[in-house]
Design a protein around this ligand. Structure first.
Ligand code: F6R
Length: 579
């Protein structure tokens, strides 16, 4: 995963105010450690988050520098393993996002040639490989050899001491050049510089660029210079938001859901109306409709399948990382990828795979201009605004709202206009109740969430929230499946949350079965006795959204009580850009 930013300018820039501030905008890509290097030969790195690092280091100035925020893959979270990495003479510095698959083989060869490695990372082979190549070649030739010899995924920035030039190479991991008035940015995505310029050039696989303060040149893997188009992107002001008066982004984003869902509904009624109607037509006329996604977005896609199947449209969904193993697609397939970031490597890879087989590609994304959006035939935006907390909340809701709207165009009955108001009501009515219930769940090791049909995807989504933010082992299960094994784990006092829309007597019985074995039942229902107030028409889809929102609040208040790092939970990152 990781985020990288490089800056080159004809005047000196501040490492803290310019480079690291820009890097901070990419911290959602990983926050294990941070580092930077400039062409004067200064290097700083350490474990921890960027703001702490900025307090730690003295500001310095340089015309050309690179930086990195890490989500560890190979090698533990240590200062030594943090990027940048360098060569034996400490003259060449690199930052890398991705994974070098054949690093061990290359490392062994380089060790035989007397290179000394100091880290446990895969990335360090990059600097030593280039150092070795540069003994007999210039940088262009060295990069050409690198692309031929190195297997894996990479967005790499390279600088050399006393040479104000950044060399940038890309394969599978995203990389973009930002063209600002007095400087060039090289970054993992446009968010790094969207406050400074709206002009960008996206790298394609196996392309590299040489960028100095006056000019940039792009090359293909054979070293042939190529012409690239400048992309001008629009960036709405609401894309730049702060935590305001909230203690955490998560609770701010939970509370934003009425506004965010209304904004999406307005856009689907307005400027995105033709687009969503076009997608509905494609669904109607396609021989097969398949969805893919990861994590929360996958649970949203499961709801999409539920809505479409209810109205007689056969659609399937599969987790993106396993898509190619379990699904068939061809030119008659409509492939719909759902992703908040539009950068999740598993989703991008599955989409690439489907595209190569001739499928028509539709995406539903939150981040505009993302990799997934740019590779789609049609891309719908969910307009949730930036989601800073690692856990998906408002983006999950807006994905489901988009899918409900789409299904409604095909015959699914739902009153879209009442959704924002219902969300507002559910949050206001339940927040205090949730706080009390959360107090009683803080010390629990396991929580089970049961749902059937419409409530099965919410049960999975609530469990995911509980795991990632409140660090409680949680399982979301089909109500009917529990008795086929997992019921053996139910003990006196084990909390089980039962999602019971309408008069779902089967679900009610499943809850009773575990209660009879000592479980402590917490119910979310709208027609039966319930711990929570969810006042909605049954089975029009809103119950699914509203029960998840109660689950989000529950997760938040448990984590708050446990004093956990809510917005940046351990081991996670917002954008998962490795396979
Ligand atoms: C959970 C969460 C993750 C993401 C998953 C996919 O709260 O945020 O499970 O849903 O990593 O990310 P996107 O939607 O960006 O493809």
């Amino acid at each position: 995963m990781c985020g990288i930013v490089g800056l080159v300018s004809d005047s000196e820039i501040s490492i803290k105010e310019d480079l690291l501030k820009s890097l901070k905008r990419l911290e959602y890509r990983g926050y294990d450690s941070v580092g930077c290097a400039d062409t004067k030969g200064n290097v700083e790195k350490d474990v921890g988050e960027i703001s702490k690092f900025m307090e730690q280091i003295k500001d310095s100035k340089a015309s050309c520098a690179i930086s990195h925020t890490r989500w560890a893959t190979h090698g533990g979270v240590t200062k030594t393993n943090s990027h940048p990495h360098w060569d034996c003479k400490k003259k060449l510095f690199i930052v890398h996002n991705g994974i070098i698959d054949n690093y061990q083989e290359i490392k062994n060869e380089l060790i035989d040639k007397d290179h000394v490695f100091v880290t446990q990372t895969d990335s360090e082979v990059i600097s030593h490989f280039l150092e070795e190549e540069l003994k007999s070649k210039n940088m262009v030739e060295a990069i050409k050899s690198f692309i031929k010899r190195i297997h894996g995924t990479y967005a790499i920035l390279i600088i050399e001491k006393d040479n104000n030039t950044i060399y940038a190479i890309k394969k599978d991991s995203p990389l973009v050049l930002g063209l600002a008035k007095d400087r060039f940015y090289l970054a993992s995505d446009i968010y790094a510089f969207s406050d400074a310029t709206n002009k960008a050039i996206f790298f394609e696989d196996e392309e590299f660029a040489i960028v100095d303060s006056n000019k940039y040149n792009f090359y293909d893997s054979d070293g042939k210079e190529i012409k690239k188009e400048i992309y001008e992107f629009a960036w709405d002001l609401y894309q730049e938001e702060s935590v305001q008066n909230y203690p955490h982004y998560m609770i701010k984003e939970i509370h934003e859901q009425p506004t965010a869902s209304q904004r999406l509904i307005n856009s689907l009624d307005g400027e995105q109306n033709a687009k969503i109607k076009n997608i509905a037509e494609l669904i109607k006329n396609s021989k097969s409709v398949v969805f893919t996604a990861a994590g929360s977005s996958y649970y949203a896609s499961l709801l999409g399948i539920y809505f479409l199947n209810r109205i007689g449209i056969n659609a399937q969904t599969l987790i993106a990382s396993e898509f190619h193993n379990f699904m068939l697609v061809d030119k008659d397939t409509l492939f719909i990828a759902i992703s908040q970031s539009g950068e999740t490597m598993d989703v991008v890879s599955a989409t690439k795979w489907a595209k190569e087989r001739g499928a028509k590609i539709v995406s539903i994304v939150n981040v505009p201009h993302s990799t997934l959006q740019r590779m789609s035939d049609i891309s719908l935006e969910i307009h949730a605004g930036p989601e800073i907390c690692v856990a998906a909340t408002k983006t999950f809701t807006n994905q489901v709202v988009a899918l409900l709207y789409l299904s409604s165009l095909l015959g699914f009955t739902v009153n879209m206009q009442t959704i924002p108001g219902k969300i507002d009501y559910v949050i206001k009515e339940n927040e205090d109740i949730v706080r009390d219930i959360a107090d009683g769940l803080c010390d629990k090791k396991d929580i089970y969430i049961l749902g059937r049909g419409l409530c099965y995807p919410p049960s999975r989504e609530i469990a995911l929230k509980l795991k990632e933010i409140s660090y409680i082992h949680a399982e979301g299960m089909m109500g009917g499946e529990l008795k086929h094994g997992t019921i053996a784990l139910i003990e006196e006092g084990t909390p089980v949350i039962a999602l019971i829309p309408g008069k779902d007597y089967d679900m009610y019985s499943n809850a009773k079965e575990v209660e009879a074995r000592g479980a402590k039942i917490i119910t979310m229902a709208n027609m039966m006795d319930s711990d929570f107030k969810i006042d909605v028409t049954i089975n029009d889809g809103k119950f699914a959204i509203l029960s998840v929102i109660i689950g989000q609040l529950l997760t938040y208040y448990i984590a708050l009580k446990k004093n956990l790092p809510i917005d940046k939970p351990r081991n996670l990152a917002k954008s998962v850009t490795v396979k």
